[in-house]
Each structure stands twice: as structure tokens, then as C-alpha cells.
Design a protein around this ligand. Sequence first.
Ligand SMILES: C[S@@+](CC[C@H](N)C(=O)[O-])C[C@H]1O[C@@H](n2cnc3c(N)ncnc32)[C@H](O)[C@@H]1O
Length: 345
Amino acid sequence: MNNFEFGAMVLQMAPRSGDEDRPPAPRRARPAKRTLVARRKAPLLRALNGYAADLEAGRYSQPILGPVAAALAGYRARVSRDEWRETVERDLRKHPVVALLHEDPYTSYGFRKTRGYAGDAVLLDFIYGGGESTPLLEGASAMGAAIYHQCLRHPSSAVIRARRDHLASRIAALCRKGGQPDILSVACGHLREAGRLERDAVPTGRFVALDQDPATLEVALADHPSLALEPVQRSVFSLLRSGQLLGTFDFIYSAGLYDYLSDDFASRLTEKLTAMLNPGGRLLIANMLTDFPGAGYMEAVMDWWLIYRTAAQFKRLAGRAAGVKRVRVYQKRHIVYMEILKSAA
Ligand SMILES: C[S@@+](CC[C@H](N)C(=O)[O-])C[C@H]1O[C@@H](n2cnc3c(N)ncnc32)[C@H](O)[C@@H]1O
């Protein structure tokens, strides 16, 4: 240390004359955690107040749904999971904008969980447009109908329709190859992808449609009379115990199910479904990615909580599957797909 540095250190350490008589300056207290949380959520709540005022004043033709969903997504991305859940429960659920958004039959149907569980096939029909959602839209107020149409156009709905179309294109490609493949749709819902198939790509082998919900299977059967569907009313939980009773398949697929399953159950189900493939058969499963744009709106306004996964997290679910030749993971518009190809023999 040279003399200059030593001198500077002494100067810093020595009290200035008169300092020793002054009371120590009060240390500025760090804001309590609750104050920090309140500060973080204040802009969100102010923005939501503005959207509530717009809706109350009848200004629902202007974009509302997109900005509300974006504000919720932005806040959700900035805070921890615990803080997000706490804000949803303490502030958002009772916010006036939520009651106004529930004028939309789709949003309120999702929130009410009419069938006793989240994400039933009727809710998906609201997203696809038509089907079982049509009668439920008839009594909507002008504001409810306007919000619904904004939901329908929102990117998160477009993503779900793209998922349905992707499944249809995979089934079509398989059928066009010939050979009457046997197909199993797991948690089939209303099987809307089948409605997207052109005449030259209709499955002619076994087509088993499995869902836990009997009312859903009735609609699936009634709405696809050109398919020789075999409905199976079962939960995937029972599939783990006795899946072999259904036989084996060339193509098994599932969309809108893994988003509800824990990692442990999802990997056991993947193992089971892979075991139910014929040699050379394929399993295709889908999961929403963590950047899904509607997640904040679905959780805060519709009380619809999914398990979003990264591609790497999703790929790990294949870890227990046996007899696998190749695992391919690919992403399309906020959805991750995993395709497992079973070894030929
Ligand atoms: C979000 S919908 C998806 C329907 C369809 N796969 C689609 O993509 O449109 C979820 C479906 O999974 C079914 N489901 C939920 N849990 C299930 C379980 N444990 N076993 C079988 N089906 C289940 C529901 O009844 C519902 O029809």
C-alpha cells in the first residue's frame, strides 16, 4: 500500500470533527415483503381497474381480452409461483373485471367446471368453435358474446386449434400410407381432429376412443358417424393396471391430458402406452409449453391450472419406456410434442 492509499484509508476511517456528538443517522428500513408485493402488483391492478371501467361503460368492442391476458401474463412471468397464487386468490378473483369477463359463456363455463373437472370437451368446443358450445352461446349478453369472440381470436385459442389440426394431419398421413392402422386416442374428448380428416384419409382399422367421461364419448360417437369408433369409458389411471385388455396399436396419441398429470404419473403412463404399441408403432403426446400465452388468464380468471412443461422436462417423461427405437421432441406454436417410435421387433 503506498502512502497515498494509506492516507485515504485513514481519512475514511477517522470521524470528522463534531461527528462524535451527533446521534447515529437512523438506518433506512427495508420495505417489508408485503409492501414490495403491493408495489409490484399495483400497476396490474390499476390496469385491470381501467379495463373494468371500459367494460362497465359498454366499451367492449375495443380490444379487452388481449390486453387483460397480456397484463396477467406479464405479472405472472415476473413473480414467483407463490406470489402469483397469492395475488390470484387475494386480489384477482374478487376484482370487478373478473365478474365482467365471466359474462363470456366460455370463461364462465371454464370457471364453473360444470362436469366437476377442469378442461372438459365442451370447453374445448368453445375454442374450436361450434359443437356443444353453440347452445351455450345463444343466451349470451352482447358484452359476453363480444368477449367470447375476442377469446376465440386470441393466440392461445389458435394454438389449440393448430394442435387439433396437427393431430388430424398425423392421422391422415398414417392412413394414406395404407395398411389399415389400429389407432387409440387417449382422453379423446369429442375427437374433433377426426372432423378435419378428408375422405381419402379416414381410418379403416380399429379406432378406439378412450375417455373417462360418458357424455363426452356419446358426443364423439354421434358426431363422427363415418368412423367405426370403439368407445371405451375408462380413466387412464385404470389403464396402468389393465391396459393390455385394449390390445395393441400402430398409433396412440393424446392431447390435452398430459397437461394435468404429475411427472411421476405421466412417465408411468408413457411407459404403459409405449408397451401397448405394435412393433414399429408410434406414440404421440402433447403438452403446453411454459410460454403458453393464455396461462395467466386461464389461472386467474377461469381457475384453470395446467402443468406447463419445457421441451426438456417433457422429454424426460420417456425415461421409463422400454423397446424404444427413437424419441423425437418437437415444438409447434407453444405446444411440445413427443413422438416415441417403438422398435420393429
Ligand atoms: C382438454 S380435453 C382434450 C380433449 C381432446 N383430446 C382434444 O384435444 O380436444 C381433456 C379430456 O380428457 C379427459 N380426461 C381427463 N382426465 C382423464 C382421465 N384420467 N382418464 C381419461 N380421460 C380423461 C376429459 O374427460 C376430456 O375429455
